[in-house]
Design a protein around this ligand. Structure first.
Ligand code: MN
Ligand code: MN
Length: 463
């Protein structure tokens, strides 16, 4: 049937975001296979330290060498810089001189979790516990009765580092925060949801057997210490120097009968970290020199020496451009950055918090987010029209399906990313990343097509 005038006009003038599964069903196979590597990454990168270690291994296998200050690198050469084992920067030297600008792609490798307090160990009524202090924005009630694994590092008095990873391997015990049975929850049920479990109730169960000696007090706590001492050679004092954390013990799995989604802890923002990393590793001779940065501390405001509020990236750029005899500020001014972070996927069960025309959806590709922030865009980078033009052109020249979106309804909340910190360095920046369901929950969900297409977008940017 011939198209009506109205139909033709609509085709010419109106815009609609499209579902990749509908337009390009043949892509699913590639997305499936790409996400196998992604799931392995998730399981090996639950905390930033592990993400750096795993990334470094992949980088070295791909021919990266540690960055050497003052050395003149050739097009296609690859270097990395490991910042204190907590964040990592990877570079592939491009065809253009550094003065013409760098292409930054920055994702974060920290995720919300339950950190141990500095003096964490206690016993109460013949059960031993760790006291925790949550890290990042969590809905606390979600962290009860879910199996947890213990990760992190302890510095011994003699300066030796001991890395812990307990609860991940077959045969490992897991740990858990208890919750009340429904039969006795009448009072708890009256609490606000945000206090379903309170911060001081996020106590992790460690053991229930004593050192059988009636002459000694706190024998349940002592039993835990004796096991830890046997296993890791640590004493209670060592907790004071430690950086330990509980994360969900569950491994990354497929979700849905069609296996079209990935379910896992920590996809915010390891999904952008992995896709950015793969695009970086595969960059051969890019036009612009790439600077792929996996950062820490985003979930608590990008603070600290391994977060984006620190000068660590500025210092890296200063060192990087030194050999070409140009000034970092001239390079930065000509540079561009993708702030690779997730957005909230539209959830049909909770439609009221989204404004549908400006929400991001699963399976419509990476979300380009012009601005984040809350209320009147407070805390946002708010990319310019010119920056939007450039990024959209990179994607469309490479036939990458993508979508536009903002985080929920205007007055309902909001959030920030690292975008404003790199913009503060005088770099044109915009947010681009995957839409996630149940963001910040112990089990987050992404679409495999979106993961694959985000990688394709980053590849286009690194071309
Ligand atoms: Mn994030
Ligand atoms: Mn987050």
């Amino acid at each position: 049937m011939a198209k009506t005038e109205g139909q033709k006009l609509q085709e010419k003038l109106c815009y609609q975001m499209k579902n990749i599964g509908m337009e390009r069903p043949e892509e699913m196979e590639k997305a499936q296979s790409f996400c196998e590597g992604y799931k392995t990454f998730l399981d090996n990168a639950k905390i930033e330290r592990e993400a750096v270690r795993y990334t470094k291994k992949l980088a070295e296998d791909a021919g990266y060498t540690p960055f050497s200050r003052g050395k003149r690198y050739k097009t296609g050469e690859k270097v990395y810089y490991d910042n204190r084992g907590k964040n990592i920067i990877l570079t592939t030297f491009g065809k253009k001189p550094l003065l013409e600008g760098l292409h930054f792609n920055i994702a974060h490798i920290d995720s919300p979790r339950l950190d141990l307090k500095p003096n964490p160990l206690y016993e109460k009524e013949e059960i031993s516990f760790f006291k925790t202090h949550y890290y990042g924005g969590i809905k606390k009630y979600q962290w009860g009765v879910t199996p947890l694994a213990l990760h992190g590092r302890i510095m011994l008095k003699n300066g030796e580092a001991v890395d812990l990873n307990l609860g991940e391997n077959p045969g490992d015990p897991v740990f858990v925060v208890s919750d009340l049975l429904p039969h006795l929850s009448q009072e708890q049920n009256q609490r606000k949801l945000s206090e379903g479990l309170k911060g001081e109730e996020l106590n992790v169960i460690l053991g229930s057997t004593p050192i059988p000696d009636k002459e000694v007090k706190e024998v349940f706590k002592l039993k835990v210490l004796s096991i830890l001492n046997e296993k890791y050679g640590i004493v209670e004092e060592d907790f004071l120097r430690a950086e330990l954390t509980f994360v969900p013990a569950q491994h990354a799995v497929d979700v849905g009968l069609d296996c079209s989604m990935v379910g896992s802890y920590g996809q915010d923002d390891k999904v952008c970290a992995y896709t950015a990393l793969m695009a970086e590793l595969e960059a051969k001779k890019p036009e612009y020199t790439t600077v792929t940065v996996l950062v820490d501390k985003e979930e608590i405001g990008s603070e600290g020496v391994s977060g984006m509020a620190s000068d660590m990236l500025l210092h890296y750029v200063e060192d990087l451009v030194e050999a070409e005899g140009v000034r970092a500020r001239d390079v930065l001014r000509n540079s561009m950055c993708l702030s690779a972070d997730v957005n909230a996927a539209f959830d049909p069960t909770f439609p009221d918090v989204f404004e549908k025309a400006n929400a991001s959806f699963m399976n419509k590709g990476p979300v380009l987010t012009k601005y984040t922030g809350s209320r009147g865009k407070s805390g946002s980078n708010d990319a310019s029209a010119e920056t939007m033009y450039k990024v959209i052109k990179y994607m469309e020249d490479d036939d990458v399906m993508w979508q536009i979106g903002e985080l929920g309804k205007v007055d309902l909340g909001g959030g920030g990313t690292i975008a404003k910190f790199i913009a503060d360095m005088d770099v044109d920046t915009v947010d681009l990343g995957v839409a996630v369901l149940s963001m910040h929950a112990p089990f987050e969900i992404t679409s495999k097509l979106d993961v694959y297409y985000t990688y394709k977008a980053f590849k286009a940017f690194n071309k």
